[in-house]
Design a protein around this ligand. Sequence first.
Ligand SMILES: NC(=O)c1ccc[n+]([C@@H]2O[C@H](COP(=O)([O-])OP(=O)(O)OC[C@H]3O[C@@H](n4cnc5c(N)ncnc54)[C@H](OP(=O)(O)O)[C@@H]3O)[C@@H](O)[C@H]2O)c1
Length: 188
Amino acid sequence: MQIRARLGISADGYVTTPNGWPAQTADPAFASGQSHGIREFLADCEAALMGRTTFEPALTNSRWPWPDLDVFVLGSRRPEGTPDHVTTDSDPVRLLEKVRAANRGGDVHLIGGPRTIGTFHALGALDRLELVVVPMLFGGGMRLTPALSPDADLTFLSQRALPGGSVEIVYSCTGSREDLPDKPASQR
Ligand SMILES: NC(=O)c1ccc[n+]([C@@H]2O[C@H](COP(=O)([O-])OP(=O)(O)OC[C@H]3O[C@@H](n4cnc5c(N)ncnc54)[C@H](OP(=O)(O)O)[C@@H]3O)[C@@H](O)[C@H]2O)c1
């Protein structure tokens, strides 16, 4: 199992638009059906992990966004209307244990937002940071940093041009795994 954060990001470094929407949703290619590589990415994933702020809009969506994934949410309270099959916890270490206990060998999509990615990175649990740079300038919005520290210890793994003008960049988070005493070798 790998924990993989994957985020859209504008060319000037914002992961949300100025009004808080994930960066890739502002890309005109998104409206015309471009998936920004998410389908291939999700083929390796069995679970979605996110913060409460990122999760809550799904409760009023007409369509459940993660029909094929186990869903885990970090937050101090369980939002009203959360389906029974969603696991919530206020403690990131405990939530991580639940994610690992449920894991059947697939990867975990760490959806975000920045605060939750920063939390799991600080715990040494983030294996991959995957950025999809959309060809847009926002001039404002949320940044991945400072929640994700500048000494993130990223190692470049791959890049890929996506249809529609975006570029996918994948880093491994090298400081993350070996020093985690509670992580079984089979899950590193
Ligand atoms: N560009 C992209 O691909 C992308 C992807 C996902 C999200 N986003 C954007 O990111 C924004 C939300 O990001 P965000 O960072 O504000 O929120 P977030 O990470 O989604 O959720 C934050 C919440 O998670 C819980 N949490 C986080 N760290 C914790 C910790 N250490 N201990 C306990 N609880 C913790 C807290 O819940 P409680 O308040 O309940 O305690 C906190 O308020 C949205 O605008 C969304 O659109 C962008």
